[in-house]
Design a protein. Structure first.
Length: 113
């Protein structure tokens, strides 16, 4: 059974940093593209960052230079620096392999101004 568990959310002041982690189980982790998405109240879920099975990465334009995604030992991380109030959202970890998509339950990140 696939399980993705996010940790690391919380409340931080504008300009601060947080590190999210996501532990994956029940999947062949090395074969999956791993990504972070986020959703704010009243908005659609949006892509934030992806690290593919081969290590290549993609980022949402507004987080480039501030966020860094990485993966290691069945975990994926999102280092978030220079946080802004508009980064406030529930952050979700996802695992993708072809037509298979799996999601975590999400972790709340709140950035105060």
């Amino acid at each position: 059974q696939v399980h993705l568990a996010e940790l690391g959310g919380g409340l931080v002041q504008s300009g601060g940093s947080l590190r999210l982690s996501c532990a994956a189980s029940g999947v062949s982790f090395d074969l999956y593209d791993m990504a972070w998405f986020r959703q704010s109240p009243g908005k659609d879920r949006e892509f934030v960052a992806r690290v593919r099975w081969n290590g290549t990465t993609d980022y949402l334009d507004s987080v480039k230079g501030r966020f860094t995604i990485s993966r290691d030992n069945a975990k994926v991380y999102l280092q978030m620096n220079s946080l802004k109030p508009e980064d406030t959202a529930v952050y979700y970890c996802s695992a993708n392999f072809g037509r298979y998509d799996f999601w975590g339950q999400g972790t709340q990140v709140t950035v105060s101004s």
